[in-house]
Design a protein around this ligand. Sequence first.
Ligand SMILES: NC(=O)C1=CN([C@@H]2O[C@H](COP(=O)(O)OP(=O)(O)OC[C@H]3O[C@@H](n4cnc5c(N)ncnc54)[C@H](O)[C@@H]3O)[C@@H](O)[C@H]2O)C=CC1
Ligand SMILES: CC(C)CC(=O)C(=O)O
Ligand SMILES: [Mg+2]
Length: 363
Amino acid sequence: MDWKIGVIKGDGIGPEIVEEAMKVLDAVARLYGHNCQYRQLLMGGASIDVHGEPLTDQMVEEAKACDAILMGSIGGDPAVSPWYRLEPSKRPEAGLLKLRKELGLFANLRPAVLYDTLKEACPLKESITEDGFDMMIVRELTGGLYFGERYTKEVDGVRTAVDTLTYQEEEIRRVAKKAFEIARARKGKVTSVDKANVLDTSRLWRSVTEEIRTSYADVELEHMLVDNCSMQLVKNPRQFDVILTENMFGDILSDEASMITGSIGMLPSASLKESDFGLYEPSGGSAPDIAGKGIANPIAAILSAAMLLRFTFHLEEEADCVEESVRNVLKLGYRTADIMTDGKKQVGTREMGSLIAEGLRKK
Ligand SMILES: NC(=O)C1=CN([C@@H]2O[C@H](COP(=O)(O)OP(=O)(O)OC[C@H]3O[C@@H](n4cnc5c(N)ncnc54)[C@H](O)[C@@H]3O)[C@@H](O)[C@H]2O)C=CC1
Ligand SMILES: CC(C)CC(=O)C(=O)O
Ligand SMILES: [Mg+2]
């Protein structure tokens, strides 16, 4: 099979971890006889440096011409980076939001799995983690607060900022359907997370998810308020199968879920639409605090590449092969700094990528 993959290395640790994901994709392609071609695309700070804007229209067109996009992360440290002296619509994050919107990637899948081998890296107590957990967060990605009208202006001499949270029923319906489909292929439970005791958008969210449930009699639906959900994630993460939620709640809850797997460096993601096209990226950011040190964990990027094989190309065996190699390398005791615990072997970004690429075994 021919793979035409757009690669956005991005900023900070982005290039370091994407190179390891490409190393693994190249190795899988060799093992299974696929032809992998990359097209480098610019976005975020890297694009600002060249084009003066975080994502050009030409990049969007080039991205659309690919089968899938593999991405690192974008952005810098706002306290020091010159990118944050630009107006907000010209900053790195605006490029990412534009890309998600232009490509219509409304469903962001963020799987949070506690590997047996990483229990020691999990900050939760043993009685909570002993049986592990495996959840999928389905986050709405192209609506809500991140895409509403926003401005800051003086009102009666007082600086006033406004962000708008809007959802239309169709935006909720399509992502809810995805969540129910995914739950059906897993343990059959959707927890829809909202703030329906306060927000109108959440009350609409509840009502639409209730409508969708009628087409999925085999899937259980429960509703949970977001503040309670953030607590339940650390109290009893095993209760969750699929968490369905809106854009900002999903952004926050998925970072929390990542930490209980050991590190944000472990959490991949897939951003999907109705077709097979998808954008695959780690859930975390560009980690400017560790960029250039060769210590970032590339596993989230590598597992994102596995999701690319599964969701865009429907190559289950190849995706399993990558995930299996990640599990084996962890079992052998190799750890990057963020998941390092006593008695394990600490390795850097490139070594971790090489171990996973070299550990691939055809089934
Ligand atoms: N999708 C994207 O491209 C995203 C970009 N960002 C951007 O990233 C920049 C930094 O944001 P932060 O709030 O610091 O979040 P962050 O996720 O980049 O970092 C938070 C903490 O996690 C650590 N970390 C993240 N990924 C890691 C990895 N692979 N291995 C080891 N440790 C890792 C960092 O070192 C840091 O201590 C900002 O400019 C932000 O806007 C943030 C989130 C998502
Ligand atoms: C940088 C933001 C626009 C996005 C974000 O934090 C995320 O997708 O996790
Ligand atoms: Mg985030």
